[in-house]
Design a protein around this ligand. Structure first.
Ligand SMILES: [Zn+2]
Length: 384
């Protein structure tokens, strides 16, 4: 057991009483004023916030999960550097054997004594997408929505989330089947009109993948998928807030539709996250990454090199929302979307996943299940 004193605590709302938490056996046990434990950390320069939950991340540190699924656990051991304590490694459209192989990696190769970001399963972004909204996905690997192809897709086998285009033939049956198995179904890479979108939500879709990107845009006579998402209050949506994928004006539009409850920030990060500018892999494509964007040779945006903290800052700057509201989009909101009741918040009984942030919003330290997994070289944590 240990206690930790911080500058402030956000859970994600600001906790105003004495900023101290106690952690035992990987969980928060008390919040607020209490006695110090024998092991105690003074971290008074830092704000204590829940760890970040990323529903869409394609790789990092030079590794691309789709073309190198063996890297999933290795990369996840380093993601605490960015404050990410839970994520869904995302496999983009690729041959079904590749997707199957990634599921096997998740199921069978977690290293003994693993210390890293919690991986509740994978996000399969494809292969049941609309080729006309392929984005950076390789068109040759798209599949018809055939239930025989997904017989073993269950959360137990590692399929936690699936992005699908609801308008492609057979999609509605697949959405019903997979959502009944407990998989989070998401609309994306889609040309669905408003009617097709509503049919998809009626069948069990509860999320939209990178809202505005790779989907029908809003037209005044054909509102399309975006407007239907915004109007469905029980549907949440991801957004890539690097300032390139979605213009700030549209971020504000989405924010006005209860965005503080329904928006989940995602990085959609590529192998370039945590690496210098250069050429990296995304699925079967090469991408060029500079300091700001990741693109295919033809200029199509292909994932990002966005850090969670940059997205957090951009959300505050684009919408003028509070730090707490932005924080919920990395923590409580995605936890609720995934049905993780004991993560994404700081309260007694929840898993002790948390980040210490400096005043200039840098990650000073990250704890997963109560264990210190990352400490920045400059961070001043005093064990007393
Ligand atoms: Zn995508």
């Amino acid at each position: 057991m240990f206690t930790i004193d911080a500058r402030k605590i956000y859970h994600p709302e600001m906790f105003n009483r004495e900023p101290r938490v106690s952690v035992d056996s990987g969980k928060f046990i008390t919040l607020g004023d209490q006695n110090k434990a024998r092991r105690h950390i003074r971290a008074l320069e830092y704000d204590l916030v829940p760890g970040f939950i990323d529903l869409q991340i394609n790789g990092a540190f030079g590794y691309d999960f789709t073309s190198q699924p063996d890297s999933i656990w290795r990369v996840a051991e380093r993601l605490p550097e960015f404050g990410i304590t839970t994520c869904l490694p995302t496999i983009i459209t690729s041959p079904l054997e590749v997707m199957e192989n990634a599921l096997q990696v998740w199921m069978n190769t977690k290293p003994a004594g693993y210390h890293g970001t919690y991986l509740p399963g994978l996000h399969l972004e494809g292969p049941f997408l609309n080729p006309k909204k392929k984005g950076a996905h390789a068109e040759g690997f798209f599949q018809m929505a055939d239930p025989r192809l997904v017989q073993n897709w269950t959360p137990q086998n590692g399929v936690r989330m699936v992005t699908i285009a609801p308008e492609i033939p057979g999609a509605i049956n697949l959405i019903i089947t997979l959502s009944q198995r407990g998989i989070l179904m998401s609309a994306g890479h889609s040309l669905a009109d408003a009617h097709q979108a509503r049919t998809g939500f009626g069948a069990g879709i509860r999320y939209a993948t990178h809202l505005f990107n790779a989907m029908t845009s809003i037209h005044h006579r054909e509102p399309g998928l975006v407007m239907v998402v915004l109007e469905q209050e029980e549907v949440s949506f991801g957004m890539i807030l690097d300032g390139l994928h979605v213009a700030p004006e549209l971020v504000r539009l989405a924010w006005q539709y209860l965005g503080n409850r329904r928006l989940t920030l995602v990085t959609d990060a590529s192998a370039a996250l945590g690496m210098p500018a250069g050429t990296y892999q995304l699925g079967s494509n090469e991408i060029q990454v500079d300091g700001f964007s990741a693109r295919l040779a033809d200029g199509t945006l292909a994932g990002s090199a966005l850090t969670p903290l940059k997205a957090l800052q951009n959300l505050q700057s684009f919408t003028k929302c509070s730090f707490q509201e932005a924080l919920a989009c990395w923590t409580a909101n995605p936890a609720r979307v995934l049905g993780l009741r004991d993560r994404g918040v700081i309260r007694p009984g929840a898993v002790a996943d948390f980040v210490l942030l400096s005043a200039d919003q840098q990650v000073a330290a990250t704890f997963v299940a109560g264990e210190l997994l990352y400490q920045a070289p400059w961070a001043n944590l005093q064990w007393v």
